[in-house]
Write a protein that binds this ligand. Structure first.
Ligand code: G16
Length: 562
């Protein structure tokens, strides 16, 4: 069993420890299920614990790199069950494969955006991030692993496909026999020719945030006001405590569930209305705080709440884009915006007003990488509680929270008033996602096949009084490298600006998860105070009937609505 991590961790120097190793070559056979999904390889923890499973995938990553000789990688994870064991395995395999250096977060912990920053800051050859993000952890939960490239972002599809190809032909891996490395003590250890540098997981990231946001303004604004940051017993606990309670002067206790636990305290570390229940309850209480936020397992997602107000992730992207110049890091304006296809078009309206481009990409942060690297966009976001910018190449939960605090401090308005002002200027894209989790995989595929066959006949037809403007299977051509990604979700757009999107999740680990994304545009001021779900009811009914959701899945209601 893994032990719980403490914060701050004890400081012990292990400088200059030199450990001998013996290199072994182990014969193995391929597993047929190691194709990375939307974000790396995610499976039940028990799958990763099978003999050779993790080793095969790690060796497949190594085998797909141009060289291993002397390279430097960042390694860290969200602290979930099996994190420490996996890191020890990666260390021993790195030593046996001729890798030069590993930079590892203390305790084996690194938030995903912090890992992205370390890769970029140190100019490393990439990094390995251990996380199944918002999926529950523990022996009966999930585990995950992904490779990030030297730009700090998740590997593009051509690399994940190369890793998958390598996993299908693997016949051996290299691993050293050596004592476990002390991950809790900051310092350096030499394992054969491999240098292992254990570093403070929080400092570099906190410094980066100070370059982007006005900490003095935020600190003054927060004095005497109550906010909550719910770290959900996941990786952002130490980051939240350092930034909110130590640097921004919030009282102790501002960070809820701040101790990272291997099983996230038994919770589901997904910052949304369904899984951050206690936070939501507190925020909707009569005497609730002015601001609340939560982040997920690996710290890249965020949920933003005002007093008695929930900000949808799609709206959050639009509001931050419209007001970007309040933050010092974005004072010169933004080059462009990107959103994943299922994300609402609220950001498109802001981009049009600002006179910058807005790109529509497939689901998956990896699709923003080229646009960010080419300087075509500054901000990007997804409906799945992800927002970020060109400061790293991952979405960034705490960054979004700090951006909102900077905005609130600059505008001196409530979250609800900022949203209302925004809708009065741009109109409102009411939005919700309905998830049907753990449905039978074959049934889900049949639903999608059947719906795909209907698409060509839909444009021009009327569904429950609404005329279909377009219906297609979304395909994306990357404007930077020309690569094409097909079958990225089925879109049905109506002439009145409403839209339904159907996709199968690429991150679920049990059966299939059908996602139905609903959007309704309105510029009728009386709709601004209406409940989004009421506004969306008519198109939810159309979606149900058109796709035959109950017929195929046996479900009359979604399992989760966000
Ligand atoms: C990952 C990806 C996101 C994606 C999300 C949901 O996030 O990085 O781009 O939106 O999964 O994907 P799907 O709809 O395929 O399940 P995370 O936070 O899980 O790494």
């Amino acid at each position: 069993m893994e032990k719980s991590l403490t914060y701050p961790p004890p400081f012990k120097s292990n400088d200059n420890r030199i450990m001998d190793i013996k290199i072994n070559t182990v014969a193995t056979t391929p597993f047929d299920d190691q194709r990375p999904g939307t974000s790396g390889l995610r499976k039940a923890t028990t799958t990763f614990q099978k003999p050779h499973y993790l080793e095969n995938f790690v060796q497949s990553i190594f085998n797909s790199l141009p060289t291993l000789d002397g390279i430097c990688l960042v390694v860290g994870g969200d602290g979930r069950f099996y994190n420490r064991e996996a890191i020890q395995t990666i260390i021993r395999m790195a030593a046996a494969n001729g890798i030069g250096e590993l930079i590892i977060g203390q305790g084996g912990i690194l938030s995903t955006p912090a890992a992205s920053h370390l890769i970029r800051k140190n100019g490393t050859d990439g990094g390995i991030i251990l996380s199944a993000s918002h999926n529950p952890g523990g022996p009966d939960g999930d585990f995950g692993i992904k490779f990030n490239t030297p730009n700090g972002g998740p590997a593009a599809e051509k690399i994940t496909e190369a890793i998958y190809a390598a996993s299908k032909t693997i016949s051996k891996y290299r691993i050293a026999t050596a004592d476990p490395i002390d991950l809790d003590s900051i310092g350096e250890t030499q394992l054969g020719s491999l240098k292992i540098r254990v570093i403070d997981a929080v400092s570099d990231y906190a410094e980066l945030m100070q370059t982007l946001f006005d900490f003095d303004l935020i600190r003054d604004y927060l004095a005497g006001r109550r906010m909550i940051f719910d770290a959900m017993h996941a990786v952002t606990g130490p980051y939240g405590k350092r930034i909110f309670e130590e640097m921004l002067g919030c009282p102790e206790g501002t960070v809820w569930n701040g101790e990272p636990l291997p099983d996230f305290g038994g919770g589901h570390p997904d910052p949304n209305l369904a899984h951050a229940k206690a936070l939501v309850k507190e925020m909707f209480a009569d005497d609730g705080p002015f601001f609340g936020a939560a982040s997920d397992g690996d710290g890249d997602r965020n949920m933003v709440l005002g007093h008695q107000f929930f900000v949808t992730p799609s709206d959050s992207l639009a509001v931050l884009a419209a007001n970007a110049t309040v933050a010092p890091g974005y004072r010169d304006g933004i080059a462009g915006i990107a959103r994943s296809m299922p994300t609402s078009a609220a950001a498109d309206r802001v981009a049009a007003e600002l006179g910058v481009d807005c790109y529509e990409t497939p689901t998956g942060w990896k699709f923003f990488g080229n646009l960010l690297d080419a300087g075509k966009i500054t901000l990007c976001g997804e409906e799945s509680f992800g927002t970020g910018s060109d400061h790293v190449r991952e979405k960034d939960g705490l960054w979004a929270v700090l951006f909102w605090l900077n905005l609130l401090a600059a505008k001196k308005q409530s979250v609800a008033d900022i949203m209302l002002d925004h809708w009065q200027t741009y109109g409102r894209n009411a939005y919700a996602r309905h998830d049907y989790e753990e449905v039978d995989s074959d049934a889900a595929k049949s639903l999608m096949t059947n719906l795909t066959a209907k698409l060509a006949g839909l444009p021009g037809s009327t569904l429950d009084g609404r005329t279909v403007a377009y219906a297609d299977d979304f395909s994306y051509t990357d404007p930077v490298d020309g690569s094409v990604s097909e079958h990225q979700g089925l879109r049905i757009g109506f002439e009145d600006g409403s839209r339904i999107v159907f996709r199968l999740s690429g991150t679920g680990t049990r059966g299939a998860t059908l996602r139905v994304y609903l959007e309704q545009f309105t510029s009728n001021a009386s709709d601004y105070s209406a409940d989004a779900h009421e506004l969306l009811k008519p198109i939810a009914t159309i979606a149900h009937q058109l796709a035959g959701i109950e017929y195929y899945t046996g479900r009359s209601e979604p399992s989760v609505i966000t």
